[in-house]
Design a protein around this ligand. Structure first.
Ligand code: HEC
Ligand code: HEC
Ligand code: HEC
Ligand code: HEC
Ligand code: HEC
Ligand code: HEC
Ligand code: HEC
Ligand code: HEC
Ligand code: HEC
Ligand code: HEC
Length: 303
């Protein structure tokens, strides 16, 4: 048992390169840091965390710098970098824990633990650098800037947005975070949710929300990406195939007439089946099945 504890402690110590000097230090206040880091201190006044310097309630008043860097009395005397915490030198999980000491359980972080970025050790500060000349860099506000940041690590996704039909990200009219929550979500691939864990697509395409009397089951059960490629596609409706019918036939495939079901008007069977796929008339499925996402009046999704 003791051995186990010792082992755990050793592993923890290795995982958290906390300098012993930092642990013994006490707080000296942001104005002390200013004496030697005036440029950072000045820029910091535009940072949202400047609010921490005024936070009486949690006891950080006047100590914003040390809320992230730990107590600094020893470093303030030595000026030695060994004596102060620098999140940039910590393991992402460790640095994130520090950020989360204040930001845990905020609305956008509900699923942070299962987010792809947390799993892959992309730390908070790789997207929210704290000390840029402009304090506002903490939170990018322009869609084009957010896209640029995401694209810097996801170039293959950005390439998909160069296809002929796509959401207007390259134009800066939308950003990745309209569809993804970079902090994680309850849907796979960190896809943003709206009410009742529906995909965030419905925020903008609310007319497709339903519920419909006659659902097209994959819309709800498999989600929009069963048929669409929201990052971009060669098809004008951003379908997964360049022609509509190939999307449909992946599930409604050509069944031979010799089966018992052939007694019913099966799709694509030999005539007199309802749909003779050799006839061009039947090639454009959504000419007839116009309510492809669901209908309130027609089981065959034609009205
Ligand atoms: C007496 C001057 C002085 C004071 C006061 C001071 N620093 Fe520093 N600090 C320095 C110097 C010099 C360096 C650069 C050390 C180096 O590069 O070796 C530094 C480096 C740092 C670093 C980077 C460490 C690294 O790993 O590279 C951080 C973070 C830091 N200071 C935070 C603070 C904070 C927070 C305070 C207030 C609690 C503070 N400093 C007060 C002189 C000071
Ligand atoms: C919200 C957390 C946070 C606060 C508050 C904060 N810092 Fe930092 N600081 C960081 C992080 C994270 C880094 C690592 C570099 C980066 O990613 O921005 C850093 C890096 C530094 C560095 C090293 C800079 C370099 O270029 O390597 C210094 C010096 C520093 N901070 C000083 C300060 C001072 C002085 C204050 C108060 C005015 C302060 N910090 C407040 C999080 C914080
Ligand atoms: C001591 C508590 C504390 C710590 C530690 C902390 N924050 Fe904050 N953070 C705040 C407060 C307070 C605000 C301002 C909130 C507001 O205005 O609603 C804030 C705001 C933010 C914002 C939003 C900025 C904006 O312009 O609205 C981001 C992004 C952020 N923090 C990221 C981080 C990151 C990354 C870290 C770790 C490097 C971190 N925070 C550590 C308290 C903290
Ligand atoms: C510092 C690099 C980096 C940045 C910046 C970055 N990502 Fe990622 N992202 C990763 C890594 C690493 C993974 C995990 C490996 C993978 O799935 O490609 C990942 C995974 C993802 C995933 C799939 C994750 C999942 O939950 O299954 C999505 C979606 C994503 N990122 C979206 C974004 C968005 C949106 C932005 C901009 C706000 C962004 N990324 C910025 C590195 C980054
Ligand atoms: C992959 C990039 C990325 C990572 C990693 C990331 N964020 Fe964010 N964060 C963003 C973007 C982009 C926004 C703006 C989000 C939006 O509009 O929904 C944001 C918004 C925020 C905000 C503003 C308020 C809010 O809730 O919307 C806070 C606070 C915040 N992030 C904290 C954090 C913390 C803490 C971590 C680490 C645990 C973290 N972020 C990791 C990209 C990231
Ligand atoms: C219109 C909505 C939408 C936009 C905008 C969007 N995505 Fe996605 N993205 C999705 C959906 C939906 C999925 C899930 C696909 C699936 O289920 O396989 C996805 C999947 C992903 C994945 C994981 C799967 C893969 O292709 O590797 C990554 C990474 C990703 N997106 C990154 C981004 C980045 C980066 C941006 C911005 C440049 C972005 N996305 C913009 C909707 C969007
Ligand atoms: C922020 C709002 C927004 C979100 C979120 C969004 N879209 Fe869109 N979508 C649009 C707009 C606006 C258009 C119109 C096309 C354009 O921008 O040129 C569009 C076009 C489309 C089209 C082509 C429609 C046509 O008329 O040609 C499809 C398909 C589509 N979106 C699917 C999705 C899917 C699937 C998702 C979720 C993964 C999604 N959208 C999320 C705003 C959004
Ligand atoms: C079973 C396949 C399928 C699924 C699942 C699906 N769609 Fe579609 N969607 C289509 C087809 C096919 C079209 C093109 C219809 C046409 O040819 O006019 C289309 C067209 C669209 C359009 C443009 C025309 C319109 O009706 O407004 C949007 C927007 C759209 N889909 C969004 C979505 C969203 C959001 C989801 C998820 C909630 C979704 N789709 C799920 C097959 C599907
Ligand atoms: C991801 C698989 C999938 C794709 C792709 C798909 N469907 Fe379906 N579709 C289904 C399933 C499952 C049902 C429900 C079948 C049942 O209830 O027997 C269904 C039902 C239907 C129905 C109603 C049948 C009935 O009488 O209940 C029509 C019409 C239909 N699909 C047409 C289409 C068309 C047109 C396309 C192409 C735009 C398409 N489907 C794409 C899986 C799919
Ligand atoms: C010319 C109009 C038309 C076109 C084009 C068309 N259909 Fe149909 N489809 C119908 C009619 C009519 C029915 C029978 C409706 C009923 O039973 O009330 C039907 C029924 C269906 C059914 C349900 C019956 C079954 O066999 O299970 C499916 C699935 C279906 N169509 C898929 C497709 C697909 C996939 C395409 C494209 C390859 C397509 N349809 C093209 C008119 C059309």
């Amino acid at each position: 048992m003791f051995l186990l504890c010792a082992l755990t402690a050793a592993v923890l110590a290795a995982a958290q390169p906390q300098q012993p000097a930092v642990q013994k230090a006490t707080r000296v206040g942001s104005s002390t840091c200013q004496a030697c880091h005036d440029d950072i201190h000045t820029a910091f006044q535009k940072n949202a965390h400047a609010a921490v310097d005024k936070d009486k309630r949690r006891g950080w008043e006047g100590n914003a710098c040390e809320s992230c860097h730990g107590p600094g009395s020893i470093h303030a005397e030595s000026g030695d970098k060994k004596d102060i915490l620098n999140p940039a030198r910590q393991a992402p999980a460790q640095a994130d824990k520090m950020c989360l000491s204040c930001h845990l359980n905020q609305p956008t972080h509900a699923g942070r633990i299962q987010g792809g970025h947390a799993r892959s050790q992309v730390s908070c500060v790789s997207c929210h650098p704290v000390h840029k000349a402009e304090g506002s860099q903490l939170l990018l506000s322009k869609a084009a800037d957010i896209n640029r940041q995401c694209a810097s690590c996801h170039p293959q996704v950005w390439a998909q947005f160069q296809r002929p039909y796509k959401h207007r990200l390259p134009e800066g009219a939308m950003s990745c975070v309209d569809c993804h929550n970079p902090h994680g979500s309850f849907l796979p691939k960190s896809v943003r949710t709206v009410a009742a864990n529906e995909p965030g697509c419905l925020n903008c395409h609310g007319n497709l929300r339903g519920p419909f009397t006659y659902e097209h089951s994959p819309v709800r059960l498999e989600g929009c990406t069963a048929c669409h490629q929201p990052h971009g596609s060669a098809n004008p409706r951003m379908l997964t195939r360049h022609e509509v019918r190939f999307v449909c036939l992946e599930c409604h495939f050509n069944r031979p007439a010799a089966t018992p079901e052939a007694a019913a008007p099966t799709l694509g069977g030999v005539p007199p089946a309802l749909h003779d796929l050799r006839n061009p008339r039947y090639n454009n499925c959504t000419i007839c099945h116009v309510k492809i996402h669901g209908s309130n009046v027609d089981r065959a999704l034609m009205r």
